[in-house]
Design a protein around this ligand. Sequence first.
Ligand code: ZN
Length: 265
Amino acid sequence: MAEELSNLYEELCITEEEKQEVLIPTEEALISIEKSKKCLAAHVVADKEVNRGALRTTMSKVWKVEGQVSFKELGCNKFLVEFQNPLEKNRVLSERPWSFDRYLICLFNCEDCLAPRDIFFNEEPFWVQLHDLPFAGMNRTMGERLGAAAGNVVLVDVDSSGMAWGSFLRVKLILDISKPLTSGRFINLGGKRYWIPFKYERLPLICFHCGAIKHAGLSCPSGNQREGVAPQYGSWLRANSQHRSFQHFSKKRGGIRTLKQLAPK
Ligand SMILES: [Zn+2]
């Protein structure tokens, strides 16, 4: 919509007067860039309009923010969130994903963002647990390979030797929220085939018909709502919130490797 409006001028006969630019002083632009460092854009992915006051009160508590947080409306269920301190904003970003009333709050970092048209709500990071792996596959390389099948790999939760022996391997992935969640992958190890189920930590409401988060609760555009067809997505995709983590241990020893979106989607 914003793009349509911005491009509309191309078809208009602009008058000489309208061609005159309104000059914005550099200092003003710098002030807005400075302000953007304290701001996030947030989109509550819900099929009903959420109450801004309830959202602000709840999320200020959940985020454990010390100073004030302001929520300004950008559109239906879309808000500009301003923190007093950029460090608090960055902490909230690093501890994603968040949800309100079980609906995902998709966040966008507004740093250096100059206009609402530069804001997109397409992806969100999630910790994903890879279950039933043979011990030989509980390592960083396997996390990178399997994680890349579902999203962009950011971190693999392993110890300083690159291993993570336990009941599952954790991988932090950036997921495209408009696409179906990956429910698992087969691996072939030494000629033996294993099904590796993926479970998502802090998973919000999803569409049980197509497995996407983006239209949770809204009518599904996939056409998968046929009668007699069992839902392909369900609560089995949710991970138990109780999990062990190598993250703290690894941080001290530099064991977590940051891949910074090296893997293909
Ligand atoms: Zn759907």
